[in-house]
Design a protein around this ligand. Sequence first.
Ligand SMILES: Nc1nc2c(ncn2[C@@H]2O[C@H](COP(=O)(O)OP(=O)(O)OP(=O)(O)O)[C@@H](O)[C@H]2O)c(=O)[nH]1
Ligand SMILES: [Mg+2]
Length: 298
Amino acid sequence: MTEETPGFKSGYVAIVGKPNVGKSTLMNALVGQKLSIVTRKPQTTRHRIIGVLTEPDFQAIFLDTPGIIDPRYGLHRSMMKAVSSATAEADLVLFLAAATDESPDEKSLARLSADVPAILVITKSDLVPPSAALPLAEAYLAQRPFEAVVPVSGKTGYQVDRLLTEIVGRLPAGPQYYPSEMVSEHPERFFVSEIIREKILELYREEIPYAVQVNIVEFVPAANKKKTRINADIVVERSSQKAVLIGKGGAALKRVGIRARRDIEQFLGQEVFLQLYVKVRDDWRNADGMLRDFGYET
Ligand SMILES: Nc1nc2c(ncn2[C@@H]2O[C@H](COP(=O)(O)OP(=O)(O)OP(=O)(O)O)[C@@H](O)[C@H]2O)c(=O)[nH]1
Ligand SMILES: [Mg+2]
């Protein structure tokens, strides 16, 4: 932690909203780097993910969060804890609604405490004509005061700069919490496990992506001209899911490995030797002990 410089601003900015609204895409766009995984499927993000943006006059610490849902498993309860802890810590909340939504998202709004300052961010604005989302914004404003309303597209970058200006204008004076070169505080192995899970979300259907947990068992950084060696366990809940994951003759799992390795190599900037093992752990999504071992808040 560095000393407080006069005029320097810093603070925590929580990004919240329902599943699939574009929270992770927006955080990646704000930070200028892909930190959080993004897929077409809801409930992609399971943790509170930190992304730090440092400029000469401010440091914004973004907290990407899981989409707000009614919990059905222990895993879901942990995900909703991540939302609560992020909003409790936040100096400012970005409340996300998609331009394509037909009505306000009452459930997520109900979880937003009345006294936290929030900006209403209308995401996916590239998908509708300008001003099409005005009635939606008005419906939100009728329910709660917002500091500002900003339509953006995390995908095209439309108005992400303007949103950042609105954010920085509301950060309190404060110190630089993280060193300038630090964009996150999760270890590399966390991002590696997320990349593998992203490929599983992309490649499998129905309940499989939701029943999967990825644990990095071994991570040996490259040395002496050898590749970085990574062994990961893919944990599922039933042996039938294991069979689907592996596929005929191992073909399906091989595809996961090929795609994941490519992205992990890009992320680490090193060549990687990746080995994946599939394991069955009955009902892990409801077992507090396993959830804790797997790194979830319980
Ligand atoms: N057209 C368009 N698509 C977007 C935009 N932002 C996100 N998406 C897409 O919407 C889907 C969900 O995006 P995410 O960023 O993963 O959404 P999320 O809110 O983090 O989702 P969860 O983590 O599951 O809660 C992906 O297919 C994205 O490519 C946007 O601004 N425009
Ligand atoms: Mg997400």
